[in-house]
Ligand binder design. Structure first.
Ligand code: ADP
Ligand code: TRP
Length: 322
């Protein structure tokens, strides 16, 4: 069984892009891999400097995962900062990471271009992510397309380390599901918390409907043919509707007769149907925070056992044991 690992930042409301890009592919790995799932609170510190937001965000992220079907008995599930070895490894790896490798990272360049203050933490973000991946000797890393480069950086750092100090790390590979690699937001750009264009999956019915109705479409009249491949409403529907329903919708686009208002209502109903049970479950979980803390604590203990084995080897390889 392959060892699979992925994490998500507790920095905002889980949205449809996160779900299809990372969460669903990861949940699908539960039965056929040794699964490691964690909440990356240390990474979130590159953008969240608000104690309450981070604390509640972390518990919410835990509830998100469990409500959507993550079974803590079939995986290791924890909070990143509960295994402090990751920070030590991050430093050790940073001494092996060329500046140019980090300067080329799109996520960093995009944030700087958007005037998000570039701290050292933001620049070093991919090194901490490499430490996450390598600490657990992960083979497969399910992520959305935007994180592919970060997994490649981790692989590159692992290779450099192995070449310098001898075989130490497993080389990780990203797992990207092509059909959901980039889920569009209500404005047609990539759905992202930072663009304020998301459809959060746990919205209550009313605000959810309002959000779906705000999906931007063009002004083509109902009767006119439309191009399904250039329509974000179509792309979103495709994530939720059955093949038979999509065939019908496709015919309406191509032959004329697709009414955006009705299709948005369909999309709202499909999203609501798919997530309403999880929404109720999430509420229940958040009412029982001690249970969430207990699960995360047990997960951290198991994760730490694995981390200790890797760190022992790494320290030895680098000459830190004397
Ligand atoms: P955001 O862009 O909203 O801040 P994150 O960077 O926290 O989202 O991403 C968490 C996970 O969800 C990552 O694996 C990322 O690749 C995936 N993801 C985020 N947005 C999308 C999207 N629009 N389409 C597909 N996957 C996505
Ligand atoms: N950088 C990832 C994101 O923003 C989150 C993350 C941190 C991650 N460490 C990881 C994902 C390790 C996969 C593996 O989505």
């Amino acid at each position: 069984m392959k060892r699979t690992l992925s994490g998500i930042q507790p920095s905002g409301k889980l949205h449809i892009g996160n779900y299809f890009g990372m969460m669903q592919p990861m949940l699908q790995q539960m039965d056929n891999s040794e699964l490691y799932v964690f909440i990356v609170d240390l990474h979130a510190l590159t953008s969240v400097h608000d104690r309450e937001r981070l604390r509640t965000g972390t518990l919410e992220a835990a509830a998100d995962f469990l409500a959507l079907g993550l079974d803590p008995n079939r995986c290791i599930f924890w909070v990143q900062s509960d295994v402090p070895e990751v920070c030590e490894l991050s430093w050790l790896l940073s001494t092996m990471t060329p500046m140019g490798l980090l300067e080329r990272c799109h996520a960093y360049k995009d944030k700087v271009a958007k005037n998000i203050a570039a701290s050292h933490g933001l620049f070093a973000y991919p090194v901490l992510m490499a430490a996450d991946i390598l600490l657990y000797q992960s083979e497969i890393v399910p992520v959305g397309k935007d994180q592919k480069q970060h997994v490649e950086v981790a692989r590159d750092i692992a290779q450099r380390f192995n070449n310098t100090f001898g075989e130490t790390f497993v080389l990780p590979e990203p797992l990207i599901s092509e059909s959901t690699a980039i889920v569009p937001g209500v404005d047609g750009q990539k759905m992202s918390k930072s663009y304020d264009n998301t459809i959060p999956i746990f919205l209550e019915e009313k605000p959810l409907r309002k959000r779906v109705m705000s999906v931007q479409t063009d002004a083509t009249p109902v009767e006119d043919p439309k191009d399904p491949d250039n329509c974000n409403l179509y792309a979103l529907l495709k994530l939720f509707a059955s093949n038979a329903k999509m065939q019908e919708v496709h015919d309406l686009y191509v032959n004329g007769g697709a009414a955006y208002g009705y299709l948005k209502q369909d999309l709202f109903e499909l999203i609501n149907e798919q997530f309403s049970a999880a929404r109720a479950k999430k509420k229940e979980l958040l009412d029982n925070q001690d249970y969430l803390r207990q699960i995360l604590k047990e997960g951290a203990e198991k994760a730490r056992e694995k981390a200790t084995v890797t760190m022992d080897l790494v320290r030895d390889r680098m000459g830190l044991k004397y």
